[in-house]
Design a protein around this ligand. Structure first.
Ligand SMILES: Cc1ncc(COP(=O)(O)O)c(C=O)c1O
Length: 287
């Protein structure tokens, strides 16, 4: 079955899909994106991702090219055409095509790209059952990483460096020695007092949609929780650490820079949050 993409109003074979050479997403990174997880044919946290998309577009003064409902019709059609049961849906909206020049063009129509790809959930679950090791790297990103733009080069380079050094991912550290987040995930610990901690959602992190849902889940489960930054040393002294994102759900972090966290194995709180999150998402059919 051929993979199908969606580009500016048309469903096309993935291999034939293309954008204009003067698309501002390509020329300037003048574009935003979203990623949804799909499990058992269910789109996770769909409203949260749409709300963040609206915030990202507004921050860049790009007019939403489609209303949410109409966009979701396209997303669902893409899932159907790709027979997507377990996987990811990627959306990118750029300011559109215009003669290359820095200022916003007077008239441009935002471009939409949507792609879907399967994900092996058994492999993702096995990775979570084992836990991952991260490497810390200086956070050298721009000051508005709260906007979900496609400008991901520091994230790409940090991930690549971490993989080449034998780790599974990287955690960014800010100028004060505090963990900001992962290359494509929010960072969490269960600190030495048993309190769940993740960094407040300022301009220094992307406010993950999974993070927001996990905060509610943790509170509903009665876990102590605080939005408070933590240092690399606090993470090393923590009982547990984990990451959250649409692509990893909740995945335990068992080591940092080659040093173990706790027993060096996934902890009970991360495991409970992952199980609860997956069962909540897959038990409620989203509109
Ligand atoms: C830098 C960064 N932080 C956090 C996240 C997690 O966000 P979400 O839970 O919405 O996937 C992502 C997701 O792509 C990300 O790129």
């Amino acid at each position: 079955m051929p993979r199908i993409a969606y580009v500016d109003g048309q469903f096309v074979r993935h291999g034939d899909a293309s954008v204009h050479v003067e698309d501002r997403g390509l020329q300037f990174g003048d574009a935003v994106y979203e990623v949804w997880a799909v499990r058992n044919g269910i789109l996770f946290d769909s409203e949260g991702h749409l709300a963040r998309l609206a915030r990202s577009l507004a921050a860049l003064q790009i007019k939403a090219p489609r209303a949410d409902q109409s966009l979701m019709i396209v997303v669902r059609e893409l899932m159907t055409r790709n027979k997507l049961k377990d996987g990811l849906v990627y959306l990118q909206i750029s300011r559109g095509v215009a003669r290359r020049d820095h200022p916003f063009p007077a008239h441009s129509r935002p471009s939409i790209i949507l792609t879907a790809r399967p994900m092996n959930m058994a492999q993702a679950d096995a990775r979570a059952a084992k836990g991952i090791q991260v490497q810390t790297r200086p956070d050298n990103r721009w000051g508005r990483v709260d906007i979900k733009t496609v400008n991901l080069l520091p994230n790409v380079l940090a991930k690549q460096a971490a993989l080449e050094a034998g780790f599974q991912d990287a955690w960014f550290i800010d100028g004060s020695g505090m963990v900001t987040e992962g290359t494509a995930q929010n960072a969490w610990i269960v600190d030495s007092t048993g309190t769940l901690r993740t960094r407040p959602a300022t301009h220094a992190i992307l406010r993950g949609i999974t993070r927001d849902t996990i905060i509610k889940t943790a509170q509903a489960l009665g876990f102590a929780f605080e939005e408070k930054a933590f240092s690399r040393d606090e993470a090393l002294q923590a009982r547990e650490a984990f990451i959250t994102s649409a692509t990893s759900f909740v995945t335990p972090v068992i080591g940092i820079d080659g040093e173990k966290i706790g027993e060096g194995a996934p902890g009970p709180i991360a495991r409970k949050l992952r199980e609860t999150y997956l069962s909540q998402q897959t038990s409620v059919k989203k509109p």
